[in-house]
Design a protein around this ligand. Structure first.
Ligand code: MG
Length: 371
């Protein structure tokens, strides 16, 4: 089998606000083959830039566009093609947009291989430990503790057993932070999981103090308390924090994650549509298994990301948790026709071969943008 063409497709809702919401603007990737099988992937990054990473023509060594690297290759050699894409872009790649773009191609290649072999992607990735995965919803903290409480109530009513609050007004004032987390814990009760995303708010000293103030509320993790680049800070904080520290949604390649694990990060959060794809996610979970860390997918864009994340995390022994995005954007709600539903706080694995995704071509036509 050979790859005949690669289609990076930019989808965008009419108004993209500058808010932390990955469901407004996305790059999807279709890889076509000479046997009529088409694989689908997604890139959650700067869509214009990542589309250019595909479309750029061949150049001098190791600075080619991804499409020119892939066309003519055997799509079944998924990991070989990951190495080839990584190496042949390394003058402008290695980290950043080129790796984000590789994620979309890698997801699509796993989809092709699964369809070709008549197997689900999870079965290709490893042993399948579960047929549904516990979901957690994440949302911004309310402007006031009462607003936070109201949202926590909504999530409980939806049947969720795990909830994460983050960003918004959080991080600026210790008393206010505690008030928000206290009320969230009161509403979700002791039987459900509560997580907090600090959104890079602090330096190490402040993060340590906050972690101590939040420890009595028994949070599952405190996410990204420091800048993503404060690697020394994570090392110091993880060794001293009374609550588990989570990070990794901004990291790419297994090398970045080796570093995070080395720094002592307890909960490791790759985004499959950003970190380098399913090939990288599988390496990350192998690393987590070896070092006793907990991998949890960061997943806040479309149903493609969700379904790829489910296939991956189903193969991870201690991986019974996935982020489930509840944003109303049509790119989240409608792009994938068979979007996995929330059932009693859990999400079923897709059943078809490959990723098992059915895209809605009308939604693609409606939201597709060209340069
Ligand atoms: Mg986060």
């Amino acid at each position: 089998m050979k790859i005949t063409s690669v289609e990076p497709i930019h989808l965008r809702v009419p108004v993209v606000e500058a808010i932390p919401d990955g469901t407004l603007d996305v790059l999807i990737v279709k890889i076509h083959t000479d046997e009529g099988i088409t694989g689908v992937g997604e890139v959650t990054s700067q869509s214009y830039v990542c589309k250019a990473c595909f479309d750029a023509p061949r150049s001098a060594a190791r600075r080619h566009g991804l499409t020119s690297i892939l066309v003519g290759e055997n799509p079944l050699d998924v990991e070989g093609l990951w190495e080839k894409m990584y190496y042949e872009t390394n003058r402008y790649g290695r980290r950043g947009a080129a790796i984000h773009a590789i994620s979309g191609a890698d997801i699509a290649l796993w989809d092709i291989r699964g369809q070709f072999e008549g197997k689900r992607v999870c079965e290709l990735l490893g042993d399948v430990y579960r047929e549904d995965v516990r979901a957690y919803a994440s949302v911004l903290f309310g402007d006031t503790p009462d607003e936070t409480a109201a949202m926590a109530r909504e999530f409980v009513d939806l049947g969720l057993t795990a909830v994460k609050f983050g960003w918004g007004p959080f991080g600026q004032d210790a008393d206010n932070d505690v008030a928000h987390v206290r009320v969230a814990r009161e509403v979700v009760g002791d039987q459900r999981s509560l997580m907090v995303d600090a959104g890079h708010a602090w330096d190490v000293q402040t993060a340590k103090q906050r972690a101590e103030l939040l420890a009595p509320f028994n949070i599952d993790w405190l996410e990204e308390p420091l800048s993503q680049d404060d690697r020394l800070g994570y090392g110091e904080l993880c060794a001293n924090s009374p609550v588990p520290i989570a990070a990794g949604e901004g990291d790419v390649t297994h090398w970045d994650f080796e570093d995070l694990v080395d720094r002592g990060v307890h909960v490791v959060q790759p985004d499959v549509a950003f970190c380098g794809g399913l090939t990288v996610c599988r390496r990350v979970s192998d690393l987590c298994n070896k070092h006793g860390r907990r991998p949890v997918p960061h997943c806040f864009s479309t149903g493609i990301n969700l379904m790829a994340s489910l296939h991956w995390i189903a193969t991870v022994p201690n991986g019974d948790l996935v982020e489930y995005c509840l944003r109303p954007s049509p790119l989240m709600r409608k792009l994938v026709k068979n979007l996995p539903p929330l059932i009693n706080g859990r999400v079923p694995l897709p059943t078809g071969p490959g990723l098992g995704i059915e895209l809605d071509e009308d939604i693609i036509a409606e939201f597709r943008v060209e340069y």
